[in-house]
Design a binder for this molecule. Structure first.
Ligand SMILES: Nc1nc2c(c(=O)[nH]1)N[C@H]1C(S)=C(S)[C@@H](COP(=O)(O)O)O[C@H]1N2
Ligand SMILES: [Mo]
Length: 199
């Protein structure tokens, strides 16, 4: 006799082990932005990495294009409960962009055109998969989805994957970003359903 039925645990995931608890699969890529889409020209694009001493290393578009890139296929999970499976991107690993400046830092505060910010522990940017992504499904990343380039950290809820990234500040202390200040969880692990502070 078995008392375990499909759906045990109350997760509406259709039994697909790639979908975290409380999420459902979607097929059309939604756009979630707190404000209007900034239109940033590649010729003007820059990403500033600020180290613990305040020294800035600026990456411009040709710098990013010269860096080794990867095509990668990942599942992404938004805190508003949609997940997309097997999305394919091209980007440069965040470790490549940070270089040696990352070694001493504990946290990163990521800044975007338009003022959005989000915070992550350094380990999630350098020891896990994390990219500065600039292509989606073989095409230039559309402005609505963060083009010219966005952060992509697929193992955390997607609010951590900052669109229109313009800066990564390295810190010893953790400073909450936009959604974290408004009550979202400071870390945001979708497998632990860390949606709101205290989850
Ligand atoms: N700059 C910026 N990045 C952002 C956001 C934003 O409003 N501004 N929204 C976040 C949230 S809540 C989500 S779910 C994803 C959505 O990415 P998408 O619009 O490409 O689906 O971007 C994240 N990155
Ligand atoms: Mo989100």
């Amino acid at each position: 006799m078995s008392v375990i039925s499909r759906g045990f645990g109350g997760h509406d995931d259709g039994g697909d082990a790639r979908i975290p608890p409380g999420q459902y699969e979607t097929y059309d890529f939604p756009v979630l932005s707190t404000g209007p889409t900034p239109h940033v020209d590649r010729a003007e694009w820059a990403l500033d990495v600020t180290d613990l001493e305040g020294a800035v290393t600026r990456w411009n578009w040709p710098d990013l294009m010269r860096a080794p890139s990867e095509e990668f296929t990942v599942d992404i999970h938004c805190v508003t409960k949609w997940s997309m499976l097997e999305t394919t991107w091209r980007g440069v690993r965040v470790t490549t962009v940070l270089g040696e400046s990352a070694a001493e830092a504990e946290y990163a505060l990521v800044r975007c055109h338009g003022g959005y910010t989000t915070n992550l522990p350094m380990g999630d940017l350098i020891d896990r998969d994390a990219w500065i992504a600039y292509e989606y499904e073989g095409d230039d990343l559309e402005p609505a989805h963060g083009g010219p380039a966005r952060l992509l950290v697929p193992h955390l809820y997607l609010w951590k994957s900052a669109k229109w990234i313009e800066g990564i500040e390295l810190h010893l202390d953790d400073q909450p970003g936009f959604w974290e200040t408004l009550g979202y969880h400071e870390y945001g692990d979708p497998w632990l359903e860390q949606r709101y502070a205290g989850d």
